[in-house]
Design a protein around this ligand. Structure first.
Ligand code: AMP
Length: 187
């Protein structure tokens, strides 16, 4: 099963993705992690994206799309893709459609974890203390939320017509969200 987890920063996509990876023997495709790895390794891409990431701005579609391609085409990950934080723009959604078509795959479930701004701010404040992420200060959080509204909402409209699109209340407890996802997956 290929799955997209979708929603604002702090909605719990990463937490649910990690759970699904275990449960379904899948592979988490977190573009945030992939990009942070480029920074950690100090690659050419890493040098280009570090400022954008720290300011809570999106990395260019071109860079993200190029980094994603290998994962979609990896035979080991075929049919076991759990997207967390991708696609985040219309361009990325269209790119993913092309990559899936080329690799003869499809998306089976799209879960939209819907959470309001106040809940997200509280959660990210907590995460900042636990994980010490450099893009988790309050100003950056606000910027990331606004970027989400501007850029990612159209992606939601793009997917929401699909019969495999499911909206889930992301303000619920982690276990409750997992239970809802599992009910859809029938696992
Ligand atoms: P995340 O770990 O998913 O919260 O992502 C952290 C940061 O990485 C975001 O604020 C963006 O700067 C960048 N990022 C992650 N995924 C994407 C994406 N699909 N498109 C553009 N930028 C991204």
């Amino acid at each position: 099963m290929n799955i997209i987890l979708f929603g604002p920063p702090g909605a719990g996509k990463g937490t649910q993705a990690k759970y699904l990876v275990k449960k379904l023997n899948g592979f988490q495709i977190s573009t945030g992690d992939i990009l942070r790895e480029e920074i950690k390794k100090d690659t050419d891409i890493g040098k280009k994206i570090i400022n954008n990431m720290n300011e809570g701005k999106f990395v260019s579609d071109e860079i993200v799309n190029s980094l994603l391609k290998n994962h979609v085409f990896d035979p080991k990950k075929r049919g076991k893709l759990i997207f967390d934080g991708y696609p985040r723009s219309l361009d990325q959604a269209q790119n993913l459609d092309i990559l899936l078509k080329e690799s003869k795959q499809s998306i089976h479930f799209i879960f939209f974890l819907n959470v309001n701004k106040e809940t997200i701010m509280k959660r990210i404040e907590k995460r900042k203390i636990l994980e010490k992420r450099s893009d988790d200060d309050l100003e950056t959080i606000l910027k990331r939320y606004d970027t989400y509204i501007e850029t990612t909402r159209p992606v939601m409209n793009y997917y929401s017509k699909n019969s495999n699109f499911h909206e889930i209340d992301g303000s619920l407890e982690i276990d409750q969200i997992t239970a809802k996802i599992e009910a859809f997956l029938n696992v």
